[in-house]
Structures are given as C-alpha cells and as structure tokens.
Write a protein that binds this ligand. Structure first.
Ligand code: ARG
Ligand code: GLU
Length: 708
C-alpha cells in the first residue's frame, strides 16, 4: 500500500514537472520548430505541417479573423462558419426589428436565399506569414533617433506589403514582435460577402448574461453561424446575389467524442493583446492607479444605469448593450487586479529585474535599460492617469460626446445631404438614450474627475471656468442639460431646420459643446501627445530589455505578446481550485442550465422548448451519461479576440468554441498561472443539439463532417 502511494506521488510529481507547458501563444509558422515536440508529448497526433503549411492546405486555412476582434472557423466545404453569439451580436441585432426579433427568438435561414447579407462585415484568412525582419530594418542604424527609425521601418514595410500583394487581391500587413526586435509579414485573403445563417435565442446564446460573464461554472450556448460567399471563381467578391458559397481549402471535422479531464486540447485563433514582459513599474501602475480608478468610475456608471434599468422596462432594453460592454471590462479588471495581487506579479518581476541588473552590470548595451524604464514610467504616471480619467470619466458622458461628434460635421458643407445624415445620426443616438441616466452619470463622473485630477492646473482651470460660475457641478450639469440643443431629438430637429450660419452659430454656442471643447482640448493638446511620446520612448527601451532577457535566459522559449495575429495555444482539460475548500470540475451539462432556470430573472429564463426537451430527456444522439454536455474549461492561454476560436483535440478535430476566460485567470494577459488560468468553451455537442433539437435546423448538419 505504502509502495503504491509512493509510486502514485512519484509519478504525479514527474507529471507536474514535465507536462505543464500550457503557457504561451505561438506563431503558427514557428510552432513546428519551437513547440512541436512538447505538443506531441502532450497529445498532439498530427504533423506540424497539418497545423500550418504554405504549399498545401492545413488547418490554418479553416480559421478566420471575424470582423475586427473575433475568430471563426469553417466547418463545411460550402464555407459554413461558426463563431460566438456575442461576436455575431451586432449583425443579429441589425437584422432584428419588433416584428422579427432575432435576438429574442433566434434566427434560422431555411434556404440559401434566406441567409442574410451583412454590409461591412469582413472575414480574413491567413494565406501566409514570413519573417521579414531584415527587410523591415533595411537602412536602420543604432545611431538613429526613434522617430527616424520608425519612419524608415514604415517605408520599408510599405514596400514589403506592396511586393506581397502586387497583382493579387490579397491584403497584407507587417507587424512588430518582441517590441520591434522582429517583424513578420501577414498576407490575408479578405472576404466581404458573409451572411448570417443561424443564431440561437439570447436566452441560450447569452444565457447567464453579465451575471455569469467571466465566470465558471458556465452554461452559455455562445455560438452563431455564418457563411462565406465568393465570386464564381471562388475568389473574394463584394456582395452580389450571384455570389456562391466559398469552397475552402480546408474545413474542420467535428468530434462527437468530447474531451475528458486531462485530455490534450489546442486553441487556434486571433488573440488581441497581452503584456507578458512589462516591468514591475508598469504592473504597479495597473495595480495601484489604473485599474482601481477605472473600476471605481465604471462602478459609478453601472450603479446609475442599473437603478434606472430596474425602474423602467424600456430603459432596461435601451441600455442592455451599453450595460454589457461597460460591465465586461469592469469585471475583467477586477479579476485581473485580484490575480495580480494574489500572485504578487510585481514582486516576482522585481526579482527578475534584480537578476537582470546583476547580469547586465558589465554589459553597456543593457546596463541602463531598467533605470531608463523606471524614469520613463515615473514621467508617464501623470499623463497615463489624466488619460485614464479623460477616457473613463469624461468620454462616457453621452451628451457631450454626441455634441462633439456633431460639431465636427459643421465644418463642411451644410446642405440637404448634410441634414439628412445628421438626422440619421440623431435617430441612432436617441433610439438608445436616457437623459436621466446621462445627467446623473455626468454629475457623478465630473465629481470624481474634479476630486482626483484637479491637482493638475489644466484640469483645475476647466473646472474654474466651466463649472464654478454655476455654483456646483450639479448646478452646471443641470443647466447644460436644460439648455443644450443636443439633449432631445426635438431640439436637434429644430436645429437642423435653421439656415447654415445660424446652425453653426448655435452649435458653437452650445454649453455641451463648450464643455466638450474644454476637456477634449486639454486631452488632445496636453495629455495625449505627452502620453504618446513617452510611450514611444518606453517602447524603445523595451526593445533593448526584451533582447537582453532573451540573451540572459538562453534556454527559455519566448512567445511574442498577442497582437491580433494568428496563434496556437495548447493545454489540457482541467478543473481548478478557485479558493480554499472549493474545487471546480471541468465540465458542465444541461442539468446545470436547468438548475439555473428562473423565469423571473431575465439572464436565467430558459426557453420553453429547451425545458420540454429536458423534461422528456429527449436528447437523441447528443445524450452523454443521461444529459447533454454544455461547456468545459482547459488550460489554453487565451485572451480577448480568441472569442469564437476553435478548441481542438489531438487530431485537430473540433471540440467546441472558445468564448471566455474564468475570472481568476483574467490576469493571464500579464502573468499566466497554470494552476488557475482556464479558457471556457462551449461544447460542440451542445451547439449541435441546439441547432438540431431546439431549433429544428438539423439540415445544417448535413454539410458538416463528423468523427465519432
Ligand atoms: N467576457 C467575454 C469577452 O470578453 C464575453 C463578453 C460578452 N458577454 C457578456 N455577457 N457581456 O468578450
Ligand atoms: N470573450 C472574450 C472575447 O470576446 C474572450 C475572453 C478572453 O478575454 O479570454 O474575445
């Protein structure tokens, strides 16, 4: 018995030492060279060239950058595409009306003719990526100033892009890696005719809403379905009814087997931004200044919004989307802050920096970089703080930002086309606008602004000039809301009926305009330029620091920070311990959806059809152990932008769609911790169950390919 226990612990120890790779977002063209052995050891069964190849088709050909900030994957030879419900939300909303409320009821195209075009929506597929560091740095010398270097690199990159796209319809860009130590060219094929094929009702696609957002255990069917269309030659084409479904070079096979605890998985997608190599000074700013203030400012806004939304049903709907987007980062920042403090990320970084300082002592190239960064961060602090306040305490005031945007239009011709455009803009704005919320928000935000930022003379001056004459912040704001033309659609209508000169004059004299001009002026002429300039100098120091780190830690493989380029992350399905005495399992099921079911609570109101299927246990081929799998977590290192990414098994088969991270792991943008960081995916079997059994759109499955 002892012996067996000993062996158990011994193997557990060995596994712990060797298996946990988990961290990192790797470039597909390099993953073969850098990580293939490790991926293999952990459960990958396909060749490196199956992941990425330029000469024949590979999995990368089935992955798209969806819109500007999500990922999608192709699942049929007719260009059928999966992404998240929250990624397709804008499109689903844009096709919705009171008569056809697809957000509430879901949408299913029964025939190709019913698939809905989405002007403006693009998807990009990576054709190839190349290391172009040499060409990008042609003519660059160590003596150059940073602006000169940037100009040279920009010129070189324009040439590289021109050469890569010449005679093709491709789009290309050169991106900087490791703070400008390396450059890669990315060539994309860009499709512009992407149609909506299906979406579950929000009560499935957004089940749990903001309450469950960033949380585990989760029960959201966060998926929507699109289709890529191309010209008859299978090349990208602008929308035309004559376009045909795109025939992809590759599409994903769907696994019906799921993944168990411990199974290898990888995520292939477009992560947005991470900051893994920042110094302790940057972390200190996040922890002590940036995040706490930004969180507090959003708490103010959310409290006001929520109270008003609870008071009035129309306002609840009007502010649903605004509330969701304010709450998303607000909640993420809190998780991030907790994680960074709990892990003592700043302390750990200081240890690394001491090591670096000792190592760099006799190396003139690196000796000065950390002191230089420290000094630059000291200088940046003030401007970063003022910038945060402008963006989080002034920019969110809807009246002034609407006035500012309106004013920018009055510099051009004021004719019938102009008034038409502005009338539409006003329509858009007032459709979802509550002056009650905005007024209360403006008073509260400006109060916080004054309290925290008036130590800066330029800000104090604004409050002295624009607020003090009216007695108090509340007095000044109330007067502004009483007299501004931008506060109601009626007044904007009357404004638009005025002759051009009077219109300009009235916009110019508006109190909301005056306040906008004051704050925006200080921001764009003082804070932003200094912030930008210091950030560029910081970037330059990081270039040296990064190179030094790589020279110091010769055996470490450094993955580049995310920058919205295609990456591979890998790990395994795994539960975790969020707190003392608590363990979270790795899988959730339909039983959990029903446990949360609560008709009175908007976020948890399960659709009746799903209740009926549950009551009848009518799960068909989607039944697993008497229920239906819904979501699962794994150790893949992901971030915003990975939404909709395929999560794949060792054979490269589709297990599900990534859609979130756990609250405890949001700090992985700065520091990844394998014991607690988990990405959240919806199980593909739940997606199929909803399509087939809940929506009755099983015909869509006919074009998919399955592995048992
Ligand atoms: N937290 C996820 C992400 O960062 C999902 C956001 C959308 N869902 C929501 N309930 N607001 O994008
Ligand atoms: N929901 C996020 C997205 O839209 C993914 C969650 C994350 O940040 O990992 O990309």
């Amino acid at each position: 018995m002892m012996r067996r226990i000993f062996i158990f612990f011994f193997t557990a120890f060995l596994l712990a030492g060797t298996v946990r790779a988990d961290e990192g977002m790797w470039l597909p063209a390099l993953v073969g060279k850098m990580r293939y052995g490790d991926m293999r050891k952990n459960g990958l069964q396909i060749k490196a060239s199956d992941l990425y190849d330029v000469n024949r088709s590979s999995l990368k050909d089935a992955i798209v950058l969806f819109g500007s900030g999500c990922t999608g994957e192709i699942v049929s030879d007719r260009g059928l595409l999966f992404t998240n419900h929250h990624c397709g939300y804008g499109q689903i909303q844009s096709h919705s009306s009171v008569e056809h409320d697809y957000l509430t009821d879901g949408f299913w195209a029964r025939t190709p003719a019913e698939e809905l075009p989405n002007p403006g929506l693009k998807v990009k597929i990576l054709v190839r990526m190349d290391d172009v560091t040499k060409q990008a740095l042609k003519g660059v010398t160590g003596q150059m100033t940073e602006p000169d270097r940037q100009a040279a690199v920009r010129r070189n990159n324009a040439d590289i892009v021109a050469a890569a796209t010449k005679g093709t319809r491709y789009e290309a860009s050169v991106e900087s890696f490791y703070y400008g130590n390396q450059y890669f060219l990315f060539v994309y094929e860009v499709f512009e005719d992407v149609r909506l094929v299906g979406a579950p009702p929000s009560s499935i696609g957004k089940f749990g809403g903001d309450t469950d957002n960033w949380m585990w255990p989760r029960h959201t069917g966060d998926f929507s379905i699109f289709r890529i269309y191309a010209g008859k030659d299978n090349k990208p084409a602008s929308y035309s009814p004559d376009n045909v479904p795109y025939r992809p070079k590759q599409f994903f096979t769907i696994s019906m087997a799921g993944a168990d605890e411990g199974d290898f998985t990888f995520v292939y997608g477009f992560p947005g931004r991470t900051y893994e190599y920042i110094t302790s000074d940057a972390v200190d700013y996040m922890v002590n200044r940036g995040n706490p203030h930004k969180i507090a400012l959003r708490t103010i806004r959310l409290d006001i919004m929520t109270a008003e939304q609870e008071r009035d049903a129309a306002t609840r709907i009007m502010y649903a989307s605004k509330h969701a987007s304010v709450a998303n980062a607000w909640k993420k920042w809190q998780g991030e802050l907790n994680g960074i403090v709990r892990l003592d990320v700043a302390g750990r970084k200081r240890v690394l920096e001491e090591q670096f300082t000792a190592w760099a002592a006799n190396k003139p190239e690196y000796g000065n970089v950390l002191p230089a960064l420290e000094e630059l961060y000291q200088g940046l602090d003030h401007f970063a703080f003022q910038r945060d306040y402008y963006l989080e305490a002034f920019a969110p005031i809807e009246l002034t930002s609407f006035a500012g945007a309106f004013a920018r239009t009055t510099t051009g011709e004021i004719d019938a086309a102009y008034t038409d455009r502005q009338r539409k803009a006003a329509d858009e704005f007032f459709r979802n606008y509550s002056p009650t919320i905005d007024l209360a928000t403006a008073i509260a935000l400006l109060g916080a602004y004054n309290e925290n930022c008036s130590y800066e003379p330029a800000v104090r001056n604004i409050f002295d000039r624009c607020i003090r004459p009216y007695g108090s912040i509340a007095g000044a704001v109330e007067r502004m809301f009483n007299t501004s033309v931008f506060v109601s659609q009626d007044r904007v209508e009357r404004l638009l009926a005025l002759p051009a000169d009077e219109l300009r004059q009235k916009v110019d004299d508006d109190p909301a305009m005056a306040l906008y001009r004051a704050f925006n002026g200080a921001y764009t002429t003082i804070f932003l330029p200094r912030y930008t300039e210091l950030s560029a100098r910081i970037e330059l120091q990081y270039r040296t620091y990064m190179r030094g780190l790589m020279a110091m830690q010769k055996d470490r493989q450094f993955y580049p920070d995310a920058n919205s380029t295609l990456r591979v992350a890998y790990g395994r399905v795994d539960g975790y311990k969020p707190a003392d005495g608590v363990y979270y399992e790795s899988h959730t099921t339909l039983d959990g959806v029903m446990e949360k079911d609560s008709p009175e609570i908007y976020d948890y109101d399960v659709p009746q059809r799903l209740r009926d299927l549950y009551a009848a246990k009518d799960y068909g081929r989607y039944a697993v152990d008497g229920t239906v799998p819904v979501a699962f977590i794994a150790t893949n290192h992901t971030t915003g932008g990975n939404s909709g990414s395929p999560i794949l098994n060792g054979r490269g088969e589709l297990l599900g769609l990534n859609f979130d991270r756990t609250w405890e792991s949001t700090m992985s943008d700065v520091k990844y911790d394998p014991s607690i960081c988990r990405n959240i995916s919806v199980d593909i079997r739940y997606v199929l169950f909803v399509i087939d059994r809940v929506a009755g759109a099983g015909y869509l499955l006919d074009e998919m390919r399955f592995a048992e």
